[in-house]
Design a protein around this ligand. Structure first.
Ligand code: SAM
Length: 233
């Protein structure tokens, strides 16, 4: 059911979003030594100011939507911290013409942010109930350039490949080979890698024209695990 909102509530949310964007900018400055990015790009910050995160949180959590924090969305999963959404989006260096793949639709919020930054977004979620709800929310919010499917993102989305950029929003034990294969030369894969409850690092993997990859470690992170993969077959 569509959420009814008064003009005053819409203004409150807009003010909360602006405050959240200021907090993201401050956190970007604080983490610049590790990330190498003291400020995120203008388009990324515009997207963070524009996308209505309160549409993607669990029912009843709307008032908490603009805290710079992850929130539970059911099925043991989370909507990522807004700073992390902004950082990972920024690391993709999108100009607006790209076809991108996201693994781990979750709430649909990151897909909505990417939809502001790229030409088209393909997003995969392994938990059917979450994927279906996210697809409904993205449609209700008017995002026409997001294609969603239920499945194991470890395998990527072969029929829609290759992609200009790929983002994984759950921690993989190792980099899924299919994602490197489905990345265009010159493309970037942004992915947290590490043990489920152990050390995880956010990586940016760039694929060169000759197919070789270069990996940059960005910072230590904590994500829910990427499930599926070889063990699930
Ligand atoms: N991007 C999400 C958002 O904006 O709400 C946050 C995602 S949450 C941190 C990670 C998501 O990845 C969960 O919804 C989880 O079910 C999903 N996931 C885990 N393993 C997956 C896989 N192999 N394929 C697709 N989705 C997966």
């Amino acid at each position: 059911m569509a959420m009814m909102m008064s003009g005053a509530a819409a203004q409150d949310f807009a003010a909360a979003r602006a405050k959240m964007a200021d907090e993201i900018a401050a956190m970007a400055r604080d983490t610049a030594r590790e990330t190498g990015r003291p400020a995120f790009g203008t388009r990324v910050m515009q997207a963070m100011r524009k996308v209505e995160r309160h549409r993607f949180v669990a029912a009843g959590d709307e008032r908490d939507a603009y805290r710079n924090a992850p929130l539970a969305i059911g099925s043991g999963q989370t909507i990522s911290q807004p700073y992390m959404v902004a950082l990972m989006s920024d690391l993709m260096d999108l100009s607006g013409h790209e076809k991108v793949l996201e693994i781990g639709t979750g709430s649909g919020y990151q897909a909505a942010v990417l939809a502001q930054l790229a030409a088209s977004v393909y997003t995969i979620e392994i938990i059917e109930s979450l994927g279906q709800l996210a697809a409904q929310r993205l449609a209700a919010a008017g995002y026409r350039n997001v294609m969603s499917r239920i499945g194991d993102g470890y395998q990527g989305w072969k029929e829609a490949a290759p992609f200009d950029a790929i983002m994984v929003t759950a921690a993989a034990r190792e980099v899924p080979p299919a994602l490197i294969e489905q990345l265009k030369p010159g493309g970037k894969l942004v992915i947290p890698v590490g043990a489920p409850k152990g050390r995880q690092e956010l990586l940016v993997i760039t694929k060169a024209d000759d197919g070789k990859t270069q990996t940059r470690r960005v910072l230590a992170v904590r994500f829910v695990p990427l499930t599926g993969g070889p063990g699930a077959r």
